[in-house]
Design a protein around this ligand. Structure first.
Ligand code: SF4
Ligand code: SF4
Length: 376
């Protein structure tokens, strides 16, 4: 018998699903949704799970990740129940359920914990740099002496290993909750992974099935590729990126850094502007974690640009100070957002498409098996 959690709807309301109790289950939202596919109808079904307190059903659903928050359903809902906002809140809820540490739940439910965590990580990073930095050369900008690249690389590596471990643990829990497929050959797992996760992770092309999402998709791609470029430059090419040499403008490292910064400024700026103006249906409500993400991202980009400006103006002390502040913003951005909050959806969305596909293959196989048995 299905377990009922009467508090489920309240938990979702805390995460942004304020109006969903008004739903009278007419199904217009599902008919309107451009992303509904056979066997995976939403959002009405998911709303029913929440209203009836069917926690296990909700947690084992991949559908909340198949929604790309276009707002079509909210526009058409005759009860003003904001199904799009509900789906967004459900994704926040699922993120807290995949995380075994319980920290994600605290982060989403308490602004105080959110703010203190970000402030502590900032202070910790700045303190470590203050204690470990090398000689402060004031006759010229000498970042390599101030913070030797091997120290930054070590920090990169530690953060990368810890965050990847946490995210993989979350993904494993997501798999355990959502995939009921049994008896699918390993090779099919690999083939479907390549067919679904790789293209969807690289393009998020499913987002374009909602005509309202074209601009959002462009901004999303700018942020993802902008950050990926900076990430590769900082993690893989750090000795070339953090250097005292002033490269010409056409140098791939310098040019790549500028293009990535421009992409991030536009992408993150669009997100912040839309949320301040509340200029679309889906921008009416922003959770505090959305603001934390965008604020940290923007501060990281701006401080990163200032490092370059001060370096080229040959202002040594200003460069070292802003570099320290920049790393202070990078740490909470990565540590809080990648395994516990907003950024984890970059992994969960394509994986949800993959896990849905595995379940569909298993279902088709089992139906074919039953048909063979019956016909015998
Ligand atoms: S959310 Fe609105 S459109 Fe969807 S089933 Fe409920 S009342 Fe109908
Ligand atoms: S927000 Fe868009 S994609 Fe999501 S359920 Fe509503 S109509 Fe479908």
């Amino acid at each position: 018998m299905a377990k009922v959690n009467p508090k489920l709807i309240n938990e979702l309301k805390e995460l942004g699903a304020f109006d969903i109790s008004a739903c009278y289950s007419c199904g217009i939202c599902t008919v309107t949704c451009p992303l509904v596919q056979e066997g995976h109808e939403f959002p009405r079904k998911i709303i029913r799970y929440a209203i009836l307190g069917l926690e296990d059903k909700l947690v084992s659903s991949t559908e909340p990740w198949l929604c790309y928050y276009c707002g079509e359903c909210t526009q058409s809902c005759p009860r003003g129940a904001d199904p799009a906002g509900f789906m967004m809140a459900t994704r926040r809820y699922l993120t807290t359920r995949y995380d075994q540490t319980g920290f994600s739940k605290r982060l989403y439910k308490s602004r105080f914990i959110e703010f203190i965590s970000a402030a502590l990580l900032f202070a910790l990073t700045v303190s470590v740099i203050y204690l470990l930095h090398g000689p402060i050369v004031l006759s010229k900008v000498d970042l390599d002496s101030f913070l030797p690249t091997h120290l930054v690389e070590l920090g990169d590596l530690v953060i990368l290993v810890v965050l990847s471990g946490l995210l993989l643990a979350n993904i494993y829990r997501m798999y355990r909750f959502t995939v009921s497929a049994k008896g699918i050959p390993f090779l099919v797992h690999i083939k479907e992974f390549i067919r679904t996760v790789v293209p969807h992770f690289l393009t998020q092309v499913r987002m374009l099935k909602c005509s309202r999402n074209t601009i959002n998709w462009i901004m999303h791609v700018l942020i993802v590729y902008g950050y990926a470029t900076i990430f590769i430059l900082v993690v893989v090419f750090l000795p070339l990126f953090q250097t005292n040499i002033i490269y010409p403008i056409y140098n791939p490292v310098r040019l790549g850094g500028y293009l990535a910064s421009a992409a991030l400024i536009v992408g993150a700026g669009y997100g912040i502007y839309g949320r301040i103006r509340k200029n679309t249906l889906v921008r009416q409500y922003s959770h505090s974690t959305d603001w934390l993400f965008l604020t940290l991202l923007y501060l990281t980009i701006v401080s990163g640009i200032l490092i370059d400006v001060f370096k080229y103006l040959n202002l040594p002390l200003e460069t070292y100070v802003i570099y320290t502040i920049h790393l202070g913003f990078v740490t909470p951005l990565l540590v809080l957002e990648v395994p516990f909050a907003k950024w984890s959806h970059l992994a969960y969305r394509p994986l949800a498409i993959y896990f849905t596909r595995l379940n569909d293959i298993a279902k088709t196989k089992s139906e074919a098996h039953i048909l063979v048995k019956v016909s015998n």
